[in-house]
Write a protein that binds this ligand. Structure first.
Ligand SMILES: Nc1ncnc2c1ncn2[C@@H]1O[C@H](COP(=O)(O)OP(=O)(O)O)[C@@H](O)[C@H]1O
Ligand SMILES: [Mg+2]
Length: 246
């Protein structure tokens, strides 16, 4: 696969005897924004966690940046190798301050020898992207609103300067205005060159942003194509876009 950032073939994830992901094949090219949509329980989060190394999985191939084998790479080495997950539910440290959360995001880089001055420059850039976070650096992260926590989770992941960002349902539980803001940032980060795999239940908004999309159902990929084509596909419209006002 020429220029694939992520290439997954035959991915399976099981909880005990129950298979949640049953043999997925998908890839994300460098610089692409690909979305993975599907109903609740389809296996999207299990897929993301497997890629991020948080769940055991099997695969025929799981390669990152062409050369890195995710089947054998330990979870704690994912970030240092350029793969960052913003998990469903955000996973920020609520008792730590906003700034401490952001510093944690850069830890792997500092340990790998990146100069602190460079990290501080990145922090400045990050805060320009997330002005709401900038105003709240000293607050404990638990006092942020849901949307602000989502922004913090994304900012923290970006502080690791990843090559690829995995976003699991960034809009979950947020008010429409905040959803819009979150997706503006996703779009901005993608425009600046980031490769993104985005899991969303809000198919309408995801398909508007993405280059390509995979539709998952019961642990399998049911459908794939260009986002612009899926948006106009009658079956997709009926199943996944039906309840969303146009
Ligand atoms: N920790 C778990 N233990 C057992 N089954 C689980 C667990 N997490 C998820 N599942 C099951 O795996 C399937 C896929 O779940 P998930 O990956 O969370 O789907 P999605 O993110 O698409 O909603 C569901 O049937 C769910 O009930
Ligand atoms: Mg999920």
């Amino acid at each position: 696969m020429l220029d694939a950032m992520l290439n997954i073939q035959g991915l399976t994830v099981a909880y005990g005897g129950i298979q949640a992901v049953k043999g997925l094949n998908f890839h994300v090219q460098k610089g692409e924004l690909v979305c993975l949509i599907g109903c609740n329980g389809a296996g999207k989060t299990s897929t993301m966690k497997a890629i991020a190394g948080l769940l055991p999985f099997k695969a025929n191939e799981a390669s990152f940046k062409g050369a890195i084998d995710l089947i054998t790479l330990p979870a704690h080495k994912r970030l240092g190798n350029g793969l960052a997950l913003v998990p469903e539910g955000r996973g920020i440290f609520t008792r730590m301050t906003v700034l401490e959360n952001l510093e944690l995001g850069a830890n792997a880089r500092l340990q790998a020898g990146t100069q602190k001055s460079e990290v501080l420059e990145d922090l400045d850039k990050m805060l320009a992207l997330f002005p709401r976070i900038k105003e709240r650096l000293k607050q404990s992260a638990g006092t942020l609103s849901g949307g602000e926590q989502q922004m913090l989770a994304m900012a923290r992941a970006l502080m690791g300067k990843p090559d690829m960002l995995l976003l699991d349902e960034p809009s979950m539980g947020l008010a429409p205005l905040m959803v819009e803001k979150i997706f503006e940032v996703v779009q901005q980060v993608h425009r600046d060159g980031m490769t993104v795999l985005l899991v969303e239940q809000n198919a309408h908004i995801a398909l508007q942003l993405a280059n390509r999309a995979y539709v998952m159902d019961s642990g399998l990929i049911d459908y794939e194509g260009k986002a612009s084509e899926l948006i106009n596909d009658s079956r997709i419209r009926e199943t996944y876009l039906g309840q969303i006002p146009q």
